[in-house]
Design a protein around this ligand. Structure first.
Ligand SMILES: NC(=O)c1ccc[n+]([C@@H]2O[C@H](COP(=O)([O-])OP(=O)(O)OC[C@H]3O[C@@H](n4cnc5c(N)ncnc54)[C@H](OP(=O)(O)O)[C@@H]3O)[C@@H](O)[C@H]2O)c1
Length: 248
């Protein structure tokens, strides 16, 4: 008699259209997960991935994650479709560079809403089904800018540091119900967000990095794979830097 296959775990990834988010979506699918993701726009790469993926395994919604109602609706639909959420990766974010005194109130508000309000709202919505099943992992994409000061990224760094605060407090709130919460703080890696970094700044980052290179999406994927595996079953409430030693 053949045993029924165990159900595929379900991963929710915010901002799956490009960069690290798209790589996470692809990796979760490869590892046998079902994936629900959203972004404001769809990229050609995500459209091609959806086309190539078995129906029912990957869903994408066009939505702005700063809209609380839209986020709640997205999570309700994901739970209706998949019955569960095993992993949430709070990946969606926007960069904001510039001296604070030269940054408009509107730009500050927009960056804080995307980089802090969005993950808080999405976590709130995904946590309910995780608590009900007494299992789950929340991974918050933080940054080395949360751990070390750097001129020109005060608002971005503040939002990412707040996300690490969310990780710690929520780990205490959700841990007794079997849900783990972890921050991953990458150093610089190539994506649309860092496309504006000039050659000189790249060389400066590499000089300051003990392992002597910029990060890559693959470096971050490896840590997410570990954190979502049984090998990380006793890790919660921590911020793990993936930065080649930049912050050590
Ligand atoms: N790249 C780096 O060097 C670096 C370093 C440290 C930490 N990180 C962190 O790693 C994560 C991924 O970075 P990345 O470089 O891959 O970013 P990215 O290439 O700029 O991609 C950001 C993703 O978030 C989505 N997004 C942004 N605002 C959104 C909103 N309001 N609603 C819904 N989706 C939204 C974008 O899609 P739409 O624009 O279509 O909405 C896109 O899919 C971020 O949390 C970032 O802060 C990156």
């Amino acid at each position: 008699m053949t045993r029924p296959e165990p159900p595929r775990p379900v991963a929710v990834v915010s901002g799956g259209s490009r960069g690290l988010g798209l790589a996470l979506v692809t990796d979760f699918l490869r590892r046998g997960h079902r994936v629900a993701t959203f972004s404001r726009t769809e990229s050609a790469e995500l459209a091609a991935l959806r086309e190539a993926t078995e129906p029912g395994l990957l869903s994408w919604s066009a939505l702005d994650g700063t809209d609380a109602e839209a986020v709640d609706g997205f999570v309700r639909a994901a739970v209706r479709r998949h019955r569960r959420i095993d992993v949430l990766v709070n990946n969606a974010a926007v960069g904001l560079e510039g001296l604070l005194t030269l940054t408009s109130a509107a730009a500050i508000d927009a960056a804080l809403r995307t980089n802090l309000t969005l993950p808080v709202l999405l976590t709130r919505a995904c946590l309910k089904p995780m608590l009900a099943r007494r299992s789950g992992v929340v991974i918050n994409l933080s940054s080395i800018n949360a751990l070390r000061g750097q001129a020109g990224v005060a608002v971005y760094g503040a939002a990412k540091a707040a996300l690490d605060g969310l990780t710690r407090s929520l780990a205490r709130e959700a841990g007794p119900a079997g849900v783990r919460v972890v921050s991953v703080a990458p150093g610089y890696f190539d994506s649309d967000m860092t496309a504006g970094i000039g050659e000189q700044q790249r060389r400066r980052i590499v000089r300051r990095t003990p392992l002597g290179r910029l990060g890559s999406v693959e470096d971050v994927l490896g840590v997410v794979r570990f954190l979502t595996s049984p090998a990380a079953a006793f890790i919660t409430g921590q911020t793990i830097a993936v930065d080649g030693g930049y912050t050590c």
